[in-house]
Design a protein around this ligand. Structure first.
Ligand SMILES: Nc1ncnc2c1ncn2[C@@H]1O[C@H](COP(=O)(O)OP(=O)(O)OP(=O)(O)O)[C@@H](O)[C@H]1O
Ligand SMILES: [Mg+2]
Length: 262
């Protein structure tokens, strides 16, 4: 029997992604092998243009790999599905729908009775603390609130996998910190498998079970840091080793170090 603890395994096997370019082809992602275990939180970090979004797009089913295969719970990923939710840096909300309307939109496909659809959407907004703002339109909400609507909309659908591409990149530092707590709370409740792209090493170290670092373009995975420190995490806690890991990753991301290491 499949339980919630063993759904959401993503396997990326020998995947290479190339795009057509003016002069032949460009390799956006060099050969990549990666398994995301069910319910784990992986942060992906790497230089601009190394292929992070390309990898996300492949897992989301938006882009087909040129080589290799991607599976979710053993089934080939052949296109977008409800099993894989995606949250981008830009909130991607419909401006003509309220917060509630945006969450309901994601639920339309289930053809639920109207009252059940509304209840489910309200519950999702409550979960991210937006219950009192359910009837506001996106332009009446702050950046953090808009991203909370996006999180509510995605989790309401019940994805097995959640892909987040620099989701908090446009937010101020204070809002980011509160979004970290909120995301961890919602994730721990739903236990989706999360792949989280960020340029912020600290964000990766504070959130993830596993931090994966990519090389310069064409990117491939060059380091894996399993983090087993309890959350909420702090850099200055004695014995946490987070500061050492942070220095190491920052070193890897400096262009000359990345080149000389490989
Ligand atoms: N649809 C596409 N067609 C052609 N080239 C593409 C396409 N998508 C991405 N690329 C190229 O693939 C490479 C990797 O791009 P990608 O967007 O995955 O990088 P990234 O790691 O997400 O960068 P950033 O950190 O700046 O978001 C880049 O050279 C990019 O120009
Ligand atoms: Mg990107």
């Amino acid at each position: 029997m499949v339980t919630s603890n063993d759904v959401g395994r993503v396997e990326i096997e020998d995947v290479v992604i190339r795009f057509a370019a003016k002069k032949g082809e460009v390799t956006a992602l060099a050969r990549t092998n990666l398994t995301l275990e069910p319910g784990t939180f992986t942060a992906l970090i790497g230089p601009s243009g190394c292929g992070k979004s390309t990898l996300m797009n492949a897992i989301a089913g938006f882009v087909a790999p040129s080589e290799g295969r991607l599976t979710l719970d053993g089934c080939a990923i052949a296109g977008p599905s409800n099993d894989v939710g995606v949250i981008f840096q830009q909130y991607a909300l419909f401006p003509w729908f309220t917060a509630l309307g945006n969450v309901r939109f994601g639920l339309k496909q289930f053809k639920l009775p109207r009252s059940e659809e509304i209840d489910r959407a309200r519950a999702a907004l409550d979960e991210v603390g937006l219950g009192p703002h359910a009837d506001k339109f996106p332009q009446q909400l702050s950046g953090g609130m808009k991203q909370r609507v996006a999180i509510a909309r995605t989790f309401a659908v019940g994805p097995k996998v959640l892909l987040m591409d620099e989701p908090f990149g446009a937010l101020d530092a204070q809002t980011r910190i509160s979004m970290h707590g909120l995301l961890l709370d919602v994730w721990q409740k739903h236990r989706a498998t999360v792949l989280f792209v960020t340029h912020d090493v600290d964000e990766a170290l504070l959130l993830a079970d596993d931090v994966r670092v990519m090389s310069q373009a064409p990117g491939r995975l060059i380091r894996h840091y399993p983090l087993r420190q309890e959350r909420p995490r702090a850099f200055n806690r004695s014995g946490s080793q987070l500061l050492d890991i942070r220095e190491e990753i920052l070193g890897l991301l400096r262009p000359q170090d990345t080149l000389s290491a490989f």
